[in-house]
Design a protein around this ligand. Structure first.
Ligand code: ADP
Ligand code: ASP
Ligand code: MG
Length: 702
């Protein structure tokens, strides 16, 4: 015979609606074999019977009657009521109090049996009190086999949980014991299936009532199921595993409320290595043991370290961590156990789905290279922290480009560019190939690449740029780019363009966005001139110091761009515009460090010209020092009535000025607003490819 043992837990028979699902399931299964239905008492019934509380007794009585009234009419209803009420008063009037708890399963299964019979099944009720003899498995199996094989019934219904002692007195198999009853019936009958129908879709990676991210484990070994159960996963009563395993029967745990929603199959198939789930149980008052169940193939010491780190990250320390039998045991104070459970679950069972961020990097100079290196170094940590997976999907230098959505290894970028580089327009390739929401990173010093920005933004491509030339364009062009970004819901970020990694734009935008009226900005942002003026004291000539700065790669390739204030001008335009002032180049008065038109000179002639001016530099230095001041190259914006004055030039700053103490290439941006008596001063390292790269990466991920 092909017996199928189906066990329904308390919530599966809690009320008429739940029971009708059970009937559906039994109906379907009867087409596949002979169902042997084992049921628990209706939910809460056993607890109520144990308490004996009269109010609870009344509730229990009425709940059963309500189920009967829903399922039966006429004579069948009378018979079912009589059956139930007779047993109920038998319990109250004659049974010893300590035996009351054995009645819940009688109530539920008698109703189920009657209903199936009513529906036309050749149903038979089996009295588990007679068939299951606690502690005598061979006898139990013999009795079950005899009772079933001698019958021509098409469906059997038997109470779970209850049994008899060898002396014939009634007993139970322990709280949650109906699962075990089902396993005994299944093993005795050599059933083709053993299904535990409950209120969750199988054995999950943790108790779903405690860990919202818990998910079903589709397959696990008997060993893992047993360890989960013994560790406290109530979904399966631990003694259930042994009879099933010995008889070689798979245990399937399914959800009565979602019969097609999947579940767990527990079988003898080795499931290899890996962690199954984490169970929790209070083992002593105030102490909870979390059991991380594994198959034994894992490095326990490493796992213990992972647990310790995960708990530490969430501010907890375990009482102890130990291991054995492939499992890791973590004892914690019960008060923190819910949090500890979540931490461990997160560490071992939650892989946050990563959002891919495709990055296209234009410009393979110092900054572009540093960015690639930074991505290579920190992509793993970034993914863990932000859930974003960075993929370098394209790179370009001024001559050629490569795109590859499967990702370009940062370490090989240079050689890939050499070998596979295509001539032509990188931005055009990005426009046609890049998925929406990709990030185009402009690390070039290109004057005209900004012309492509609008098309990229319109196409749904975000832009991050360290190229300040792109933002020092006429204001209409600048505004058009921003509008394009706003229209297509993408971002255009360029924090790196002023003060490298300093959060300058962010701070100014915050003030501007909150309508905090900015009254002045002073930007000491020329790294070259800051370094020279913070060191210059006439010992070494100004010209020689410029040469050195140029050699160190600090200046723009042509140092005149810095000395004439053109670089500072771009930064001032960017700052002012960020503050909401539509400043144009022509609005700025520039007082260059080196007067006169020097652009026609060759670089060597230019240096010679600088040398000839040494006397002037020395003189200015002495005058300033005599006043207790230092010389700084400042780009400023100052509110003047309804408009703004903008200027760039040398200033003597005294000891009270925030720029007085700048060292080396440090930058300072000083923002004053109408409401604050003290200025906002942002200062720190203002240059360096690494700083720029980290700032770009921040913009990409923000
Ligand atoms: P039944 O009455 O059907 O026997 P139980 O209440 O005994 O049901 O067991 C099911 C409950 O087990 C679930 O509602 C859930 O709260 C709890 N549980 C604990 N650990 C787990 C786990 N790892 N996976 C699924 N359920 C679990
Ligand atoms: N009704 C019993 C209990 O509540 C047995 C079971 O539900 O498995 O413990
Ligand atoms: Mg149970």
């Amino acid at each position: 015979m092909n017996y199928r043992v189906l066990k329904f837990g308390g919530s599966s028979v809690a009320d008429a609606t739940a029971v009708s699902r059970v009937l559906d399931i039994v109906g379907k299964e009867s087409c596949l074999g002979t169902p042997v239905v084992i049921s628990s008492a209706i939910s809460g019934c056993t607890d109520a019977l144990i308490s004996g509380d009269p109010a609870l007794m009344e509730i229990i009585r009425n709940r059963h009657l309500a189920i009967i009234d829903r399922f039966f009419t006429g004579e069948a209803r009378e018979a079912a009521r009589e059956d139930f009420l007779g047993t109920f008063s038998l319990m109250q009037e004659t049974a010893p109090r300590e035996d009351w708890l054995t009645f819940g399963e009688l109530f539920s299964t008698r109703i189920l049996y009657r209903k199936l019979a009513c529906d036309g099944f050749n149903a038979q009720w089996l009295d588990s009190r007679k068939l299951v003899v606690k502690g005598d498995i061979p006898l139990t199996y013999k009795k079950i086999r005899e009772a079933v094989s001698g019958s021509d019934a098409g469906v059997f219904v038997a109470p779970g949980f209850i049994a008899s002692n060898p002396d014939g007195s009634v007993t139970t198999l322990g709280r949650g014991g109906s699962d075990y009853s089902a396993a005994l019936y299944a093993a005795a009958l050599g059933a083709s299936s053993l299904e535990i129908w409950t209120d969750v879709p199988g054995i999950m990676t943790a108790n779903p009532r405690k860990v919202s991210m818990a998910r079903t484990v589709p397959r696990m070994s008997y060993k893992a199921a047993l360890d989960m159960a013994e560790g406290g996963a109530k979904v399966l009563y631990a003694p259930t595993v042994a009879p099933a395993m010995e008889a070689g029967i798979d245990i399937t745990i399914l959800n009565t409320f979602k019969p097609d929603g999947g579940g767990t199959t527990v079988s003898g198939a080795p499931s290899g290595s890996g962690w199954t789930g984490v169970a929790d149980m209070e083992t002593a008052p105030g102490t909870t043991r979390l059991t991380l169940v594994g198959e034994g193939g894992d490095d326990m010491a490493a796992a213990a370290e992972r647990v310790a780190q995960a708990l530490k990250k969430d501010g907890m320390e375990p009482l102890s961590i130990s291991f054995g039998g492939g499992n890791l045991f973590v004892d914690v104070v019960t008060a923190v156990s819910p949090v500890a459970l979540e931490s461990i679950h997160r560490e071992f069972f939650e892989t946050v789905p990563l959002t891919t961020v495709n990055v296209y990097i234009a410009g393979f100079g110092a900054v572009g290279k540093a960015l690639m290196e930074t991505i290579g170094r920190s992509a793993g940590a970034v993914a863990e922290r932000t859930g974003k997976k960075l993929v370098i999907a394209g790179i370009a230098n001024s001559r050629q480009y490569v795109t590859d959505l499967s990702g370009i290894a940062p370490g090989n970028a240079a050689s890939i560019l050499e070998e596979k580089g295509l001539p032509g327009s990188f931005t055009r390739a990005v426009l046609t190939e890049a998925p929406r929401r990709s990030v185009f990173v402009d690390c070039t010093p290109d004057n005209s690449i900004y012309l492509e920005y609008e098309a990229l933004l319109e196409k749904g491509i975000n832009i991050v740029s360290s190229n300040r030339r792109s933002f020092a364009v006429p204001f209409v062009k600048y505004a058009a780019m921003h509008n394009a970004a706003r229209r297509s819901g993408v971002f255009l970020r360029y924090e790196t363009t002023v003060g490298a990694a300093l959060p300058v734009m962010e701070s100014i935008a915050r003030s501007a966005n909150s309508c905090e009226e900015i009254t002045s900005i002073e930007a000491v942002v020329s790294c070259t001139l800051n370094r020279i003026f913070s060191q210059y004291d006439g010992t070494e000539t100004f010209a020689s110091m410029v040469r050195k700065a140029c050699k160190d790669g600090l200046t723009e390739p042509d140092p005149r761009i810095d000395l004439e204030g053109r670089d500072a001008l771009r930064k001032l335009l960017i700052l002012a515009r960020e503050a909401g002032v539509p400043l144009e180049e022509g609005d700025v008065t520039i007082d260059p460090v080196v007067p006169g038109d020097l652009s026609s000179l060759s670089l060597e002639d230019f240096y010679r010209h600088l040398e000839s001016m040494e006397g002037l530099f020395a003189e200015e230095y002495r005058t300033s020092a005599a006043k207790g001041c230092r010389r700084r190259f400042v780009a400023g914006l100052q509110k003047d009535g309804d408009s703004f004055l903008a200027w760039i030039g040398m200033r003597d700053v005294d000891g009270k000025h925030p720029a007085y103490h700048l060292r080396g290439t440090e930058n300072a941006i000083i923002v004053r607003s109408a409401f604050h008596p003290y200025p906002l001063v942002i200062s720190g390292a203002g240059e360096g490819a690494r700083q720029a790269a980290s700032s770009l990466l921040n913009d990409i991920l923000k």
